[in-house]
Design a protein around this ligand. Structure first.
Ligand code: HEM
Length: 393
């Protein structure tokens, strides 16, 4: 086990071993208290559901502007991004974003998202064997989101590399972070050039953000940052969530049978997938004032690391948390965060996931998967490959 022989304080949350299977370490951290200081990353780790929930709903004490990443350099570079801001700046950036991702706007895309899901799944079922990460979990959100944002075709091939880089950059100063930094700079340069040359598709979400900048509601720099936030936040998250669909349902065929028998449970099943294998494992906050968290004092100026992936498996909050059960009500999970930064794109994520699950239920009777290959990332949890064979419905 990852921490055998050492104390809980010696846990290396970002070692390959723990990233591959973080759950034993998370349990030790939860049992150790409401917050545990880890010197290695100079941060107080909040691993319990109640601790993470408290921090997420108190932005004045747990500030995003004071840093959502684990290194000062990256936090400096994130200034002006919606994720890394506090009110009032946050409210203004978020309003521009939320308006474009509102249910009434997304409703207009519902038909085409469903159609794309159906075409993709039909093709994969015809092939019978495919890679559930490359051919399904990646291909689908890339096609949907980049059309929605309105990015031109050239440059799309680099987008996945950007998203991966962005999530590695939130971590500690390790090799994964160092490889991510030049990629993030390239992304911002590219998006700035697309905006400057007026190449965002008219009518797209990205073009709407550009128009808000033209009207003076936000700066042109913020416009580029919001586009980057959409690309980063909207891809790797959804991809990792979807890569778990084939894996979890091949491991639990009885749950697939259950869902096939009652499709009204699709939203509940997606919540359960997000709870059990939370795509975004953690984000940090800066503690602005001395704070008593259930008897542990977090000092002003400290960094807190909020472990969503651990909170969602906290036995204090969930019955049999390790069990995959689409019958449970998992709607209170923290996979989308909570409070003022709660995922602005969750409507789109649900739209995509529900469309994909519907198409799979229509066409697939059973999944069989080979050895999954895990992709180790400082923030997101998911797979890089999953050989999959399906039995047609
Ligand atoms: C299953 C898929 C997704 C997951 C698990 C996820 C997760 C999250 C989480 C945990 C946060 C909160 C961060 C914090 O606490 O600081 C967040 C924020 C955000 N997400 Fe998502 N996300 C997903 C999909 C998307 C999509 C599809 C988009 C947009 C296209 C999106 C856009 C955003 C934005 C813009 C924010 C920042 C909101 C703010 O700072 O006010 N996300 N997401």
């Amino acid at each position: 086990m990852a921490v055998s022989g050492g104390s809980v304080r010696s846990i290396d949350l970002f070692s390959n071993e723990v990233l591959a299977d973080p759950y034993p370490a998370y349990r030790l951290l939860r049992d150790a208290g409401p917050a545990v200081y880890l010197e290695r990353i100079d941060a107080w780790v909040l691993a319990r559901d109640a601790s993470v929930r408290t921090a997420l709903t108190d932005w004045e004490t747990f500030s995003s502007a004071a840093g959502i990443a684990l290194t000062d350099g990256v936090n400096q570079a994130l200034k002006g991004m919606v994720l890394a801001s506090d009110p009032p700046e946050h409210d203004q950036l978020r309003a521009v974003m939320s308006e474009r991702l509102a249910p009434r706007v997304l409703g207009g895309f519902r038909g085409s998202v469903r159609e794309q899901a159906d075409i993709m799944v039909r093709d994969l079922v015809y092939r019978r064997s495919f890679d559930a990460v490359d051919d399904l979990a990646r291909a689908f959100p890339v096609a949907v989101l980049l059309d929605l944002i309105g990015l031109p075709e050239d440059g799309r091939d680099q987008v996945l590399r950007w998203a991966d880089g962005a999530f590695n950059a939130f971590g500690p100063d390790n090799e994964r972070l160092r490889q991510a930094l030049p990629v993030s700079r390239h992304k911002i340069d590219y998006l700035a050039s697309v905006v400057a040359s007026g190449r965002l598709t008219p009518g797209s979400i990205g073009h709407g953000i550009y128009e808000a900048a033209e009207r003076g509601e936000i700066s042109h720099e913020s416009c580029v940052n919001l586009l980057a936030a959409l690309v980063d936040a909207g891809l790797d998250t959804t991809i990792n969530a979807m890569s778990n669909v084939a894996l979890l349902f091949s491991e639990h065929p009885e749950q697939w049978e259950r869902l096939r028998a009652d499709r009204t449970r699709i939203p509940a099943a997606f919540n359960e997938i997000l709870r059990l294998e939370t795509p975004v494992q953690a984000f940090a906050r800066g503690v602005t004032t001395d704070y008593d968290l259930d008897g542990v004092t977090l000092p002003a100026g400290a960094r807190a690391l909020l472990l969503y992936g651990s909170a969602n498996r906290d036995e204090r909050a969930w019955t049999e948390p390790e069990k995959f059960d689409i019958g449970r009500d998992a709607s209170q999970h923290l996979a989308f965060g909570r409070g003022i930064h709660v995922c602005a794109g969750q409507g789109l994520a649900r739209l995509e996931a529900h469309a994909l699950l519907s198409a799979l239920l229509e066409h697939v009777a059973r999944f069989e998967t080979g050895e999954p290959e895990r992709r180790l990332n400082n923030t997101v949890r998911g797979l890089s490959h999953l050989p999959t064979t399906v039995t047609p419905a």
